[in-house]
Design a binder for this molecule. Sequence first.
Ligand code: CP
Length: 307
Amino acid sequence: MNRHLISAADLSLEDALLILDTAEELAQMSERPVKKLPTLRGRTVVNLFYEDSTRTRISFEAAAKRLSADVINFSAKGSSVAKGESLKDTALTLEAMGADAVVIRHSASGAPHRLAGWVKGSVVNAGDGAHEHPTQALLDAFTMRRRLGRLDGIRVTIVGDVLHSRVARSNVLLLSTLGAEVTLVAPPTLLPVAVASWPCSVGYDLDAALPKADVVMMLRVQQERMNAAYFPSVHEYSRRYGLDAGRMALLPDHGIVMHPGPMNRGVEIAADVADSARSTIVEQVANGVSVRMAVLYLLLGGSGEQR
Ligand code: CP
């Protein structure tokens, strides 16, 4: 394993499987009455969040606490960042407090990479701009493997706002490492120019893609990152790229529906689909704790070699 987890591309097949297998063991331990392990006693994990988060932030905190680490939660709102303090000075301040790992979410793509050059501890990317969200991809892969029994050869269709999605990029990179076949389905305006170089195929017709998909992963329409009109109207987007019950019926019988959250119910996914038995959305959140425990354990706990 690398000392940091910044991109899903940092993970070899062996690294990715080690994380997923470790998460599986830790998930089984989490079903015991006493969930806490002493593994990271005396280590300090800092959650450095410059952007809003519910799932990622809470699950990193739960993961670190279940491993008995000390946890410092830092939110840019209400901190000296509001007085103009830079990321570097904030990072050095946290380093002086003895951070062994810094989990960072930032609106700027590349912020975790910069941070890794300034601190001695491990850096974990918890989402940087439209770049990457590697632990989301790991928890998604973990959920797929639990539901479908394997990852090699499965067909995953990722739908919607790929342009603004760090989840899509990390999933494409990780799933291709794990041997899955990924297809992106989106309006042409919501695909990055560089998508042709990604290890996946691209389509524009959701109805044609669904019968071949073992997994359909719906992406949130990130209106807060849109500074122009990428589609004629929300209604039109939903009509062509939203997953409603009629479309879900096009999936094979074993097909599952995923969404990283937060959802725009009624836009990219209908409420009855999100709440259906085929949906893994709540499981993804629960699995996030086990996967983030595995990441912290492997980066800080000293299992295996570090590069
Ligand atoms: N999926 C995800 O990253 O959710 P949060 O923004 O709530 O952390």
